[in-house]
Design a protein around this ligand. Structure first.
Ligand code: COA
Length: 345
């Protein structure tokens, strides 16, 4: 008869055991998704990834133990930045995230049972400190793990997808445009298209917040990207820039994707009036040809799961989902009463 699951804080001494669980999970993930990093299948490398996470600022971890062995673990990071920070455009201000290498469950264990206890332990400290937005990164296609987080109130926020750059880009491409690499002089056009992309995400059903305070940081980021070594492509219809694809290396490529192939498509947008006419397809054809010719075998990007234009476009053009960001927002009334006299919780 197996003993009961017990949860305790995770420490450096658990790194080897957690690494073994993570490596085993990653092996199974990689059997479904060949674009993932091979090195993480090695328990030593996975243990190093666990150690690295535990050493990051704001990190806290929990281990679920059954009969003296680790049945699962979870490491969360508290994110701290100001509204004026570039990151606030894309991430909730006061939030905690469990990265993709920050959780795994032993085979034979019930993922829902294990994650429920681990999350309860981590979330207790987060909510106590007013951190009410919680995120977890899961690898696509693992229904058991996804079910565990859904049962805890998490829903899908964004998806990362990866494609092989040499794959043909199917679909009808616009023929009345030219696609050029942007220069720093094109900043105004790039900024306008980037703002149009943000406006699209602020609409239904995504409803991303318009973070006015982050505007200057975003402009600085775009300027630095234009001056950097990785290109931004613009689609021109006569004198008008009608589309943009801005690339970064490594950008925000998830850490479980092949480490030697981290070309990242940060922003891809076509002006509202030009959408549906093959501009996006023409741009992707040009940018993927550039990528393949420059030694980039893979390209990765994120899209908002609810993006009714982006999701079908990328999925229809060869991007294979590799990671979901799942999010839960705790009702702020959970904090009510904490300062009341006599409250002992
Ligand atoms: C996603 C996006 C870049 C695609 O660019 P695009 O120039 O519209 O794409 P294309 O015309 O080449 O192809 C769009 C596909 O949707 C179809 N479509 C039909 N009506 C459409 C419409 N009103 N708008 C867009 N696409 C439409 C097209 O027929 C085409 O189908 P196909 O893949 O079978 O060929 C563009 O729609 C866009 O900028 N959307 C808003 C911003 C955004 O979501 N960006 C992605 C962020 S992750």
């Amino acid at each position: 008869m197996p003993g009961r699951l017990q949860v305790r804080p995770l420490d450096e001494g658990d790194a080897e055991a957690c690494g073994a669980l993570l490596a085993a999970r990653h092996r199974a993930d990689r059997a479904r998704l060949p674009h993932l990093e091979p090195a993480l299948e090695d328990p030593g490398a996975a243990a190093e990834a666990v150690r690295h996470l535990l050493g990051r600022p704001g990190a806290g971890g929990a281990a679920a133990v059954r009969d003296g062995r680790i049945a699962g673990f979870c490491i969360g990071l508290r994110l701290a930045f100001s509204a004026a920070d570039f990151a606030s455009q894309f991430l909730p201000l006061r939030s905690a995230v469990v990265p993709v290498a920050g959780h795994a469950v032993a085979s034979g264990e019930d993922a829902t049972e294990v994650y429920r206890l681990l999350y309860a332990s981590l979330a207790a400290a987060w909510v106590r400190d007013g951190v009410l937005v919680h995120r977890v990164h899961t690898v696509t296609g693992d229904r058991e793990v996804e079910e565990a987080w859904v049962s805890l109130g998490f829903g899908r926020a964004t998806t990362a997808g990866t494609r092989e750059t040499v794959r043909p880009v199917d679909g009808a491409a616009a023929t009345d445009i030219r696609v050029d690499q942007a220069t720093p002089e094109d900043f105004a056009a790039v900024r306008r298209l980037s703002r149009e992309l943000a406006a699209h995400h602020q609409g239904p059903p995504m409803f991303w917040p318009p973070v006015i305070e982050a505007g200057a940081a975003l402009d600085g980021f775009l300027q630095a990207s234009l001056a950097g070594p990785v290109p931004t492509f613009l689609a021109w219809q006569g004198d008008a820039a009608v589309g943009m694809q801005l690339f970064l290396v490594p950008g925000f490529t998830p850490e479980h994707v092949r480490q030697d192939q981290r070309l990242y498509l940060f922003e891809g947008v076509v002006s509202a009036a030009a959408r549906g006419g093959g501009v996006g397809t023409a741009m992707l054809r040009a940018s993927m040809a550039w990528a393949a010719a420059n030694g980039y075998e893979l390209c990765t990007l994120h899209w908002a799961s609810g993006n009714y234009l982006g999701a079908p476009f990328w999925l229809g053009h060869g991007f294979v989902p590799v990671e979901h960001t799942m999010e839960r927002r705790i009702d702020e009334r959970a904090l009510w009463g904490r300062a009341e006299p006599g409250h002992t919780g």
